[in-house]
Design a protein around this ligand. Sequence first.
Ligand SMILES: Nc1nc2c(ncn2[C@@H]2O[C@H](COP(=O)(O)O[C@H]3[C@@H](O)[C@H](n4cnc5c(=O)[nH]c(N)nc54)O[C@@H]3COP(=O)(O)O)[C@@H](O)[C@H]2O)c(=O)[nH]1
Length: 724
Amino acid sequence: MAPELTDQPFSYGLTARILVVDDEPRLLNTLASLLRDRGYEVTEAHGGEKACALADTQHFDLALLDLRMPDVDGFDVMAHLTNVQPDCGVIVVSGESSFSAVSRALRRGALDYIRKPFDPEELLATVEGVIGKQSLLKAHENVQMRLEKSEALHRYIVNSSPDIVFMLDDDGHFCFVNSKVESLLGYQPSELCGRHFRHILDDRDVTRGSYALKGPNITADNPRTLEVRLKTRGSRRATRHFEITAFPVDPQTWPHTGATQGGGSGKLARYYGTARDVTERKEAEAFINFQAYHDLLTRLPNRALFKDRLELAITHARRSGQKLAVMFLDLDRFKVINDTLGHAMGDRLLQAVTHRLEKCIRKGDTLSRFGGDEFTLLLPSIHNHEDARQIAKKLINSLRAPFQLGDHEVFVGVSIGIAIHPEAGENMDQLIQNADIAMYHVKAKGKDGYRFYSDSMNINTANRLNLERDLRLALERDELRVFYQPQVCSTTNRVVGLEALVRWQHPERGLLYPRDFLPLAEETKLIGLLSERVLDQACQDVGRWIRSGHPDLRLAVNLSPIQVEHPRFVETLMQRVEAHNFPAGNLEIEITENVIMNDLEQISQKLRELASKGVRIAIDDFGTGYSSLNYLHRLPIHTLKVDQSFVKAIRSGEDGACIVNAIVAMAHGLKLEIVAEGVETDEQLEYLRGLGCHQVQGFFYGPARPAADICKSLGQTPARAASF
Ligand SMILES: Nc1nc2c(ncn2[C@@H]2O[C@H](COP(=O)(O)O[C@H]3[C@@H](O)[C@H](n4cnc5c(=O)[nH]c(N)nc54)O[C@@H]3COP(=O)(O)O)[C@@H](O)[C@H]2O)c(=O)[nH]1
């Protein structure tokens, strides 16, 4: 027995404290002596009033109570004791023998009844019996209380666990689940009990999750751990990530069956464990992972992920014998917009561009942001070049419409280089590099277009470095030459103009053509210096011829987009022209439509400035670029140069020639001069004459030649190439 377990210590056996109440002093005394002799701690109360007063101040385990007393009777004392000391047992010792009095006393809570006069032994036996019962009851209450406390403590600990705590039977039905399941997933523990845990597994994890407990080797030392997604309750259909650890239940230590929260299969609990919510960790991991492989601004795959996918696609293409395409996309005019409107607008533009580009591709394609305004696109399975061409056109067209950035309407274009596997590269690096090289060729040709990589574009890195070094030396050593190709009046056969075309007299490789070194000059920005040299030389040569009797002779010079886009373009050009005293009215600059459209506003301003100084403007390769006719009458344009490809088409019949017809008719309508390029045959010349195209240029009259040759021929009639 453990009396300290009670709130008010109970006096067991001989140490029990007994209150004896009677209005007869003699009887009171006898009773008290009898009990004291047995070792009880006895307090005497002479009458009911005294008894109530004692009960207010002292604790008793038992009261021996006379019923019939004046003023405050036994029933009143019982009522008072019930109030102030409900644990105190009562034995009625009374002369009252009526059934109703006895029954009333017992109903009011008396534990026994002894009739006066009493037999001392019987009385002591009754007292002992009642005290024994009392202490048993008390002990039971204590045990009960301890159990309840212990149960509450364990329940508190289990329910306060940050994890879901569960027990499952052999089939995987819940036997128990703590209330954490409600705050984490929204289920009531009672609704889960008896249900299979599959019920809360996310559909994607049902198979893996269901088999997780099937393994034979789950032991206390080798618990089963797995990560699964669990469904939350309700219509949100959200899932959260959990790390589950399941241990086997030892039937020796937990031999109980069934559910502890209602329902249940009645089977033995087989597993117990915890499910820890790791959603935040998983989301953080997913974010870190996303960040490592994606560009956060556009949310596109980054360079690393692109390379990874390309590597896989190449392996697959090799196995299946299929082709794949890599495109390198570089935005035109992005830098200007970014510098003018600020980086925030630049970022918005990149997002909007991404959005449009994404709409042009299929699910299996990979569009990535390679850096800055560069994107790469992988088309993992194409049939032929035509497939890639269609996509490239789609991408270019998708960016044609203006972008609205706040109050600003801006235009961007895109230059696309395409490398097809396996022709344009066997491995990942080659393909990306070659697509990049092809893209540079688009840029050099006036941007906003696409080109397929071809071997002629490639100069490997070592060659590239050598070539760059050689080109710098060429500028120092004055190895660049300016050749001139005549522009001839088709009716008089007289030379009306000369197009300056650069050549490089390489000390080892001989005469090099622009295609061999201009892309590199553009890339390395040597184009500026190179163009200055060409212009200086051409102004000197042609200026001399003008002064020596050919006052109307026109000098046509090609300009690189990089030159035109330079903020000090007009100033620099005019400085050189004036330095050579070259008449501005004899100078015609050739630019492509794409250069104009790249930055219509800026370029128009520059062209107007030049035109106001007398410089003529020619649109080179007309018909191959934007072909946005709108700018023609808004800009000070003097000449349209019909591209060679249209002139070549003349020989293939009427269909091929119809573009030339249209361009010439339009030029007449707009009162523009027209020069047909690439004229090689009589047939082409006749056709053009017939159309009223009065100026022609091409091998028919001869290729571009050095100044010395031109000098000799000037004034002569170059009827055929041989005479020029
Ligand atoms: N920025 C600068 N660009 C320049 C300069 N010099 C040349 N270029 C650009 O290089 C392109 C190629 O020039 P080139 O190899 O000299 O070819 C020119 C002619 O040789 C060629 N042509 C002329 N007639 C015919 C012909 O009958 N058939 C035929 N197959 N080819 C012919 O065409 C080129 C001239 O074309 P265009 O410029 O369109 O008038 C050249 O296109 C320039 O863009 C330079 O100094 N700076």
